[in-house]
Design a protein around this ligand. Structure first.
Ligand code: PMP
Length: 492
């Protein structure tokens, strides 16, 4: 059997073999009862290790596409019988209450930039749209060994619910990490959550009720906006500039709207990459205190600093109980761990622990133990240093490429860390109009509109992630973007 393999691709060889066979099986070109070559034979034919083929077969077998018969060989299985009911576009089969939801969903779901990029069918697509770090940097083998050790040494203890506020040793480790960053706290003030998204959900759901006002930076993290809107909160935006939230506008908004919470991302803000200045941090705290409003501080990538001086966390300036601090291992390590945490003091901490318990009982014990073992042996610091080195180069490559390939009227805010660069298009060109043209050129980005609390705001802003692509692809992607912008300028 001949399977085309790309030995320079980022996709592991076993995945390439698996995906080739999967396509063959699903398309019917490898029909049921076809006998696949023995793994030793196929490995020889393809010039790969036998384990590579065995891994590919194991994945297909786990998905029920093939089966090995002892002493006989490996065979393609007949396809699963498909359900006869269609689940899309058949409104009549749903009860009435479901049909209302269907209409709402259709309105809410617009294609994601990456879907548009795929649909455009460019042979070498480059996406700057994603909001995560580069998962290829994560040392998967280290984590695998740590997980094995945990199960070997901790046994069933690792498989129980565990403490409601999270695994004690992990909370202590987090307290040490935070202390090294200037935030003094105690393990008993930390609550481990399933990603920081859950921390945002717990706090906003616990403290606010429908129609309450929440103040957010405008623009801000789009999934926080979706969360707040889903809770039927009134979301009011505070404009932002190169020094973060324009705190001088805050007092009027506090008087006008009587918000119940201020949500802010003071470091390497999503989507603009800016940091809140030291002076504004103090003003923000003073105002929140005067108007008796809690602050929800989202420090999702505070550790990923490439240059400049770190400002103190709002939480570290809090004399106690005013700020709820939220952070995550998703960006510094990897998002699939679903490990985040919050720091709070006073009655609200106990209430949030109890709320979290009723919400999902606990965050995975195994993952918390693995994370604790991984972080305490110093791999975390090594990984962080390496990520910062790699990301700094990528940021510089993107800034240089923007300078080289984009029209002079494009405005950029160079970030000192984090994941994102925010661009503003010249002449009121719309990032939404640009996206389909850019996808056709083979590049995608996140258009700015989704990040604004008010529907009609800024359409010329856009977010580019610089961390997931190596410098050569960044250069290529920005060159394509330049072409698309020029094309849009001519059309407008
Ligand atoms: N806050 C911000 C600003 C984010 O960008 C994200 C993820 N994109 C999150 C919170 C949530 O991340 P997680 O749940 O993976 O910790």
């Amino acid at each position: 059997m001949r399977i085309p393999l790309n030995r320079h691709s980022d996709t592991p060889l076993y995945r390439q073999i698996e995906s080739f066979l999967r396509q063959g099986i699903l398309s019917g070109s490898l029909s049921p009862e076809t006998r696949l070559p023995a793994s030793r034979q196929l490995a020889q034919d393809l010039g790969v290790n036998r384990i590579t083929v065995a891994n590919a077969y194991a994945e297909l077998e786990a998905d029920g596409l093939i089966a090995s018969r002892v002493g006989d060989g490996t065979y393609v299985l007949p396809p699963y019988p498909l359900p006869t009911v269609t689940h899309k576009g058949d409104g009549k089969s749903w009860p009435l209450w479901q049909r209302d939801l269907e209409a709402q969903n259709e309105e809410a779901t617009k294609p994601e930039p990456d879907e548009m990029l795929r649909a455009a069918g460019h042979p070498t697509p480059i996406s700057f749209a994603v909001g995560t770090g580069d998962s290829h940097l994560f040392p998967v083998d280290d984590l695998r060994r740590v997980m094995q050790n945990i199960l070997r040494h901790d046994g069933t203890a690792a498989l129980e619910y565990g403490e409601p506020n999270g695994y004690g040793p992990l909370r202590s480790t987090i307290a040490y990490i935070l202390a090294s960053q200037g935030l003094q706290t105690h393990a008993d003030n930390i609550l481990i959550t399933s990603g920081s998204q859950q921390a945002l959900a717990l706090v906003s759901q616990f403290l606010l009720k429908p129609d309450d006002v929440i103040l957010v930076e405008s623009p801000t993290y789009s999934e926080a906006l979706s969360l707040f809107r889903g809770l039927r909160l009134k979301v009011v935006g505070v404009p932002i500039d190169e020094d973060g939230m324009q705190v001088d506008r805050l007092e009027k908004l506090l008087q006008q709207h009587h918000p119940k919470l201020i949500y802010t991302i003071p470091n390497f803000h999503n989507p603009t990459g800016v940091c809140l200045s030291g002076q504004r941090r103090r003003q923000l705290l003073a105002l929140a205190d005067r108007y008796n409003v809690p602050i929800l501080e989202d420090d999702f990538v505070g550790d990923l600093r490439y240059d400049g001086r770190a400002q103190p966390a709002l939480k570290s300036l809090d004399p106690g109980g005013r700020v709820i601090y939220v952070s995550t291992f998703s960006k510094m390590l990897t998002p699939g761990l679903r490990a985040g945490f919050l720091v709070a003091e006073g009655p609200v901490y106990d209430s949030l622990v109890e709320f979290k318990r009723t919400y999902d009982l606990a965050t995975s014990s195994v993952i918390q133990r693995a994370l604790e073992a991984y972080v305490t042996v110093g791999r975390y610091q090594t990984h962080l240093r390496r990520s910062c080195q790699v990301y700094r180069k990528r940021r510089d490559a993107m800034l240089l490429a923007i300078h080289r390939h984009l029209p002079a009227g494009v405005q950029v805010i160079p970030p000192q860390g984090g994941l994102f660069i925010w661009l503003t298009l010249p002449d009121n060109l719309s990032a939404d109009d640009l996206l389909p043209l850019a996808c056709r050129e083979g590049v995608a980005f996140a258009p700015g509109r989704n990040f604004f609390p008010e529907p009609s705001s800024n359409t010329s802003g856009m977010r580019l992630s610089f961390v997931t692509q190596p410098p050569e692809r960044i250069e290529k992607g920005i060159e394509r973007l330049g072409k698309a912008i020029r094309r849009l300028s001519v059309m407008s």
